[in-house]
Design a binder for this molecule. Structure first.
Ligand code: AMP
Length: 421
C-alpha cells in the first residue's frame, strides 16, 4: 500500500509500521476507545484488565500488541495463548489474527472441540506462534503433551465473564497453573463479577484497568423496543415482522435448542430463508449456518445464547429476542450483535406476560424504560391453538410436548413471505 503523508490516528499508538499497514489494509480509520487505551498499556508489558463490550474492537486491542512483541523475535515456539469461551469466538479470533498479521510471518492456530485433533496437534507440535483455544480442548492437548508452553510470554483471557458463566473457570485455572509465571496476562470481559475479580487477583500482577463503557450498557445507537405478545402468538408475530422490508438480516434468539428448531421450522414454512445455530448442531453445521447468514443467503439466523456468543457478522439489521433473556448481561450480549462499530441497529424483544419481570430487570440494568410497541393490524386476541385434539390433517400425538405447539398451525399451506408485509 502507498505511504501517505496524512497521519492516521493509529500511528500514535506505538505499533510497528508493518502492523499499521495491515490495519490500514483492513480499512480501520481510527482506533476504537478500547484500542486507544489498551494498546499503549499492553505495549509497556503491563498486565491489563479491559472491560469492554463485544463489538468494541477488543480483539485487535490485544492481538496488535501481541504481534508487535512477536515481530521482534524469531519464530519456532508458542509464545502467546488466547483463551476463549466458544469455538465460534476462537475461530473468529484466528481470522482476525490472520488479517492483522498480514505481511508478517507470525502464525496463529485455533484449537477447539467438535473437530478432529490431528491438524491442531500438528500446529501445536510445530510451535505455532499464537494458540487460540477453548479451555476443554486445550486441556486435552496438554494432557497428551501436544503443546509446549515453556516459551509462553502472553496469556489472554477473552470474554472471561462468559467463561465463568459456562463453568470453565476450573479448567482455566488448571491451564494457567501450567504456564510460566513470568508472563504478561491480559483479561477482557464485558462485566466483572466477583469470581473474575478473584481470578484476576490470583493470576495477574498489578494490572492496569481499562473500562471503555459502563458495564451492562449496550451501544447507544441501538433502538430498543418491547413487543408484548401472548406466548402462543410469538411465532405469528415473528413471521409478521420478518416480512417487513427493513428486516434485511435478522438474528433471532430463543431460549432452548428445541425452541430454536421449532421456530426455525415454522419460519421456514412461512417462506423465510432461515439458518439455525445451537449446541446440538455439529461444528460444520454451525459454520455453514453462520457462513450462509454472513453472506446474506439466509435472511434469518435462529440461535441460542451460547451458540451465538461472539458471532461477528456485519450488517445485522435486527436482533429479535423471541424469548426474554433472564439475565440482563445476556440481553446486552444479544443486542450487541446489531449496531456493531457504531452502526445503527434495532433490538426487538417479545414479552409474554410471564416474562415482564425479566424485562423490568433489563430496563433497570439499562437505566431506562424500553418503549412498548403493538402492531395495529395484528390479532393479539387470536386463541391459543388447540392442544388436545390433533389439528386438521391429523399429526402425531407427540406434539403434546411443551414445545409441541409446532404442529398446531391453523392452516396447512405454508404462508408465503409476500403475504406478511
Ligand atoms: P471485536 O469487538 O473485536 O469483536 O470487533 C468487532 C468488529 O470491529 C470486527 O469486525 C473488527 O474487524 C472491527 N474493528 C476492530 N477495530 C476496528 C477499528 N479500529 N475500526 C473499524 N473496525 C474495527
Amino acid at each position: 500500500m502507498q505511504a501517505t503523508h496524512t497521519k492516521n490516528p493509529f500511528d500514535y499508538l506505538g505499533l510497528d509500521p508493518i502492523l499499521l499497514r495491515a490495519v490500514y489494509g483492513l480499512g480501520y480509520e481510527a482506533p476504537t476507545p478500547i484500542q486507544k487505551e489498551a494498546i499503549p498499556a499492553i505495549l509497556t508489558d503491563r498486565d491489563v484488565i479491559g472491560t469492554a463490550q463485544t463489538g468494541s474492537g477488543k480483539t485487535a486491542a490485544f492481538v496488535l500488541p501481541i504481534l508487535h512483541r512477536l515481530l521482534k523475535q524469531s519464530p519456532g515456539r508458542t509464545r502467546a495463548l488466547i483463551l476463549s469461551p466458544t469455538r465460534e469466538l476462537a475461530a473468529q479470533i484466528e481470522v482476525a489474527l490472520r488479517g492483522l498479521a498480514k505481511g508478517t510471518k507470525i502464525r496463529g492456530h485455533a484449537v477447539y472441540g467438535g473437530v478432529g485433533m490431528a491438524a491442531q496437534e500438528h500446529a501445536l507440535r510445530s510451535g505455532v506462534d499464537v494458540v487460540v483455544a477453548t479451555p476443554g480442548r486445550l486441556l486435552d492437548h496438554m494432557s497428551r503433551r501436544n503443546v509446549d508452553f515453556r516459551g509462553l510470554q502472553v496469556l489472554v483471557l477473552d470474554e472471561a465473564d462468559r467463561m465463568l458463566d459456562m463453568g470453565f473457570l476450573p479448567d482455566v485455572r488448571r491451564i494457567v497453573d501450567a504456564l510460566p509465571r513470568d508472563r504478561q496476562t491480559l483479561l477482557f470481559a464485558a462485566t466483572m463479577p466477583p469470581e473474575i475479580e478473584g481470578l484476576s487477583r490470583s493470576i495477574m500482577r498489578n494490572p492496569v484497568r481499562i473500562a471503555v463503557s459502563p458495564p451492562y450498557r449496550p451501544p447507544p445507537t441501538i433502538r430498543h423496543e418491547v413487543f408484548p405478545v401472548p406466548q402462543h402468538l410469538k411465532t405469528a408475530l415473528l413471521v409478521r415482522l420478518l416480512g417487513r422490508e427493513d428486516m434485511m438480516s435478522v438474528l433471532v434468539f430463543v431460549r432452548t435448542k428445541r425452541r430454536a428448531d421449532r421456530v426455525a421450522r415454522q419460519a421456514g414454512q412461512a417462506g423465510f430463508d432461515v439458518a439455525r445455530m445451537h449446541g446440538d448442531r455439529s461444528q460444520s453445521q454451525r459454520e455453514t449456518a453462520l457462513a450462509g447468514f454472513r453472506s446474506g443467503r439466509h435472511q434469518v439466523l435462529i440461535a441460542t445464547d451460547v451458540a451465538a456468543r461472539g458471532i461477528d457478522v456485519e450488517g445485522i439489521s435486527h436482533v429479535i429476542n423471541y424469548d426474554v433473556p433472564t439475565v440482563p448481561t445476556d440481553y446486552v450480549h444479544r443486542v450487541g450483535r446489531t449496531a456493531r462499530m457504531e452502526a445503527e441497529g434495532d433490538a426487538i424483544t417479545f414479552v409474554a406476560p410471564e416474562e415482564e419481570t425479566d424485562v423490568r430487570r433489563i430496563e433497570k440494568a439499562l437505566g431506562k424504560a424500553i418503549p412498548r410497541v403493538t402492531l395495529p393490524d395484528f390479532d393479539y386476541r387470536a386463541p391459543p391453538p388447540p392442544r388436545v385434539h390433533p389439528p386438521e390433517g391429523g399429526r402425531h400425538p407427540q406434539s403434546r410436548r411443551a414445545s409441541g405447539r409446532r404442529d398446531s398451525r391453523r392452516g396447512p399451506p405454508p404462508r408465503r413471505r409476500k403475504d406478511h408485509r
